[in-house]
Design a protein around this ligand. Structure first.
Ligand code: PLP
Length: 386
């Protein structure tokens, strides 16, 4: 296979070799069920608890506040539905933003069909949710505020500690979807004043299909899967032992390499942004220039269809994304970019490039060259139309 240049790390990341190595024994000789009392089972149990400790420590949390799930979508569903169910007696109003991941937005729509009221906050042109707007939206019947830590499309980082302060000041529970942020920037649940936080292993070089939900010990939410006693009776089912072990290893790696890695990625990202702006006419960077994830460059190119550009990039051995991965095939302009006030027409030309620590200057030069040429071709084809 030809060399692949992978610039879609917001969709998923390559599993780290150290992670795979840590997981393998739990598929091979250490296959015991963690609920079994004999040694083979207890080996699995201990491995899970070690992962829980690593993840708790990475957030400034306690191990008993971490619940393992099947990923970011499940964690988001659990947080929202759990609070709705357990706090329903106090009120039925939830506050979130227009730029959340569909795991939040679709869950909110589901709750709306079931008698809950949801306020979807607007964002400014950089994609920022204002803490003042959050404060103004709070009502006596508000039971939950959910605002993501950083956005998966244009990478804008939200003022989470300030929003958390507002929530706490009003005695409202606060959840944040940190799926994109975890492993890329320091996350501390006390500094964020977060009562709940979602993350997913495959976004930080861990395996797919495993994640966690942090729930502050004082806030408790009802069980999500009923059955056996796993996850302290809150999420039944034999644990994904290799996955959890892999996530623990990925968390350890992400935390220990964060400072250096994010400094490198930020440098590469800024180089990519500069080169695109310098070489390709009629483009705009989406989101905040500075207050964005270190690996994210999201652009709109006027006069093209992002989907067509992706196909050409694929032929050039480049993986990128047009809008969010979850909406490819839907051909709907991104709800995130629309919420930032970008025209429907311009949204069609959106391309997201998200880097990792393996991307080099040569990779970026090649990608910018292919972008420049492919975009010129697409624009000239369009100009030829009658
Ligand atoms: C990827 C992502 C999710 C969903 O996570 P999965 O593990 O794929 O279910 C949720 N929220 C955000 C912000 C994401 O980027």
């Amino acid at each position: 296979m030809e060399r692949l240049i992978y610039m879609d790390n917001a969709a998923t990341t390559p599993t780290a070799p150290e992670v795979i190595e840590a997981m393998l024994p739990f598929y091979e000789q250490r296959y015991g069920n963690p609920s079994a009392g004999y040694d083979l089972g207890q080996t699995s149990k201990q491995a899970i608890e070690k992962a829980r400790e690593i993840i708790a420590a990475s957030l400034g949390a306690m191990p008993q506040e971490i619940y393992f799930t099947a990923g970011g979508s499940e964690s988001d569903n659990w947080a929202l539905k759990g609070v709705a169910e357990s706090q329903g007696y106090r009120g039925n109003h939830i506050i979130t933003s227009r730029i959340e991941h569909h795991a939040i937005l679709r869950t909110c729509e589901y709750l709306e069909q079931n008698g809950y009221e949801v306020t979807y906050l607007d964002v400014d042109e950089w994609g920022t949710v204002s803490p003042e707007k959050v404060a103004n939206a709070i009502r006596p019947d508000t039971i939950l505020i959910s605002v993501m830590t950083a956005n998966n499309e244009m990478g804008t980082i939200q003022p989470i500690p300030q929003i958390g302060n507002v929530a706490r000041h009003h005695g409202v529970l606060f959840h944040t979807d940190a799926v994109q942020a975890y492993g890329q920037m320091p996350i501390h649940v006390d500094a964020m004043k977060a009562d709940m936080l979602s993350a997913s292993a495959h976004k930080f070089r861990g395996p797919k299909g495993v994640g966690f939900l942090y729930v502050r010990e004082s806030s408790r939410i009802p069980p999500f899967v009923h059955g056996g006693g796993q996850e302290r009776k809150n999420r039944a089912g034999t644990e994904n032992v290799p996955g959890i072990v892999g996530m623990g290893k990925a968390a350890e790696l992400a935390i220990s390499t964060m400072t250096e890695r994010s400094r490198y990625e930020r440098r590469m990202r800024d180089y990519l942004i500069r080169e695109i702006m310098r070489n390709i006419p009629d483009c705009q960077l989406n989101g905040s220039r500075f207050n964005r994830l270190p690996n994210n460059a999201d652009f709109c190119f006027a006069g093209i269809e992002g989907g067509n550009l992706l196909i050409m990039l694929d032929e050039d051995g480049i993986c990128a994304s047009a809008g969010s991965a979850c909406s490819t095939g839907e051909h709907k302009p991104s709800h995130v970019l629309r919420a930032m006030g970008i025209s429907e027409e311009l949204c069609r030309g959106a391309i997201r490039l998200t880097l990792n620590e393996m991307v080099t200057v040569e990779d970026i030069d090649y990608v910018v060259d292919r972008l420049r040429e492919n975009i010129a071709v697409l624009r000239s084809e369009r100009a030829d139309l009658p």
